[in-house]
Design a protein around this ligand. Structure first.
Ligand code: ZN
Ligand code: ZN
Length: 296
């Protein structure tokens, strides 16, 4: 399949499985990535935010990127691939041209593709809209990284607004949901974050450990954990017993819910009833940048 619409954006079929189609070498994500935008808005020109609904909105004369350059294609003729593929575009404008060339039915996009055996088979084109990566449900609440959960195994089409709605229905108090995307193509990585406004909702979510995500075609059991930060001081000694280093462990047991240095972990968990607690450490390769949490 070539990107006929504009001719200059080259495409390549990515034949890998969804879970290992990863080019993401410099994985750098932030806990609440829209924060920079908020900072800009606070002293920016209000008139810029008007006309957001315009399909080709401009900023300083340049087009604003709206889609990931990675596009899911499903329902391919069997002789082309194993039913689905990813298209990787060099230019985001090619994704918009592809979308323009599609037919829409029931909110889904289709493009007719011919293979040696099947002529004009409609295949589904599923672009990722960048604005679906974040959703602020309650902007009046401070976003507290210590009331934020990590959600693993999030199905790819699930949008941040849907993740927020599901979690809010289950536990209440959701103020923000985010879908983790890779920095290169800005495509979902299959994980998300949800920040709660209160401790009860947060504890209810992490105590459940697994959550059934149900939305339209999606029905999947996913794992929920506290979001572990790598720049926290030990809550017991504030760094005095460990030379001021960041705490390597977090205890997700509701009787603890604290960060610990190695020394304090050992001393606290030698107490009766706590010896079976297991330390949580930051997910490998997905380190949040050191965000100054200015909301309070
Ligand atoms: Zn300590
Ligand atoms: Zn503990």
């Amino acid at each position: 399949m070539k990107s006929k619409p504009d001719g200059h954006g080259r495409t390549s079929l990515d034949r890998l499985n969804e879970k290992d189609s990863v080019l993401f070498l410099n994985s750098r994500s932030s806990l609440f990535p829209f924060e920079d935008a908020f900072l800009d808005d606070s002293h920016g020109d209000q008139s810029l935010s008007s006309g957001l609904s315009s399909p080709t909105r401009c900023q300083n004369g340049e087009r604003v990127e709206r889609y990931s350059r990675k596009v899911f294609v499903g329902g391919l003729p069997p002789d082309i691939d194993e039913g689905y593929a990813f298209l990787l575009f060099q230019e985001e404008s090619s994704v918009q041209a592809l979308i323009d060339a599609c037919l829409e039915e029931d909110g889904k996009l289709y493009l007719c593709v011919s293979s040696p055996t099947i002529k004009d088979k409609p295949v589904q084109i599923r672009p990722w809209n960048l604005s679906d990566s974040d959703f602020v449900m309650d902007g009046s609440q401070p976003l507290d990284p210590r009331k934020t959960i990590f959600v693993g195994g999030v199905p790819r089409p699930l949008r941040a607004v849907e993740l927020a709605m599901i979690m809010d229905r289950l536990y209440g108090g959701v103020c923000y949901a985010g879908i983790d995307t890779d920095p290169e193509l800005k495509y979902p990585k299959g994980a998300g974050r949800v920040a709660f406004s209160n401790q009860q909702s947060y504890i209810a979510a992490i105590s459940a450990r697994f959550v059934q995500l149900q939305h339209n075609d999606i029905d999947k059991r996913v794992e929920v954990k506290p979001y572990v930060l790598d720049d926290q001081m030990c809550d017991e000694c504030q760094g005095t017993r460990c030379g001021g280093k960041f705490a390597p462990f977090f205890c997700a047991n509701v009787t603890c819910l604290q960060y610990y240095c190695e020394y304090c972990w050992a001393s606290i968990h030698s107490r009766a009833g706590r010896e079976f607690h297991k330390p949580l450490v930051k997910e490998g390769g997905d380190r949040p940048r050191h965000v100054p949490f200015r909301w309070s």
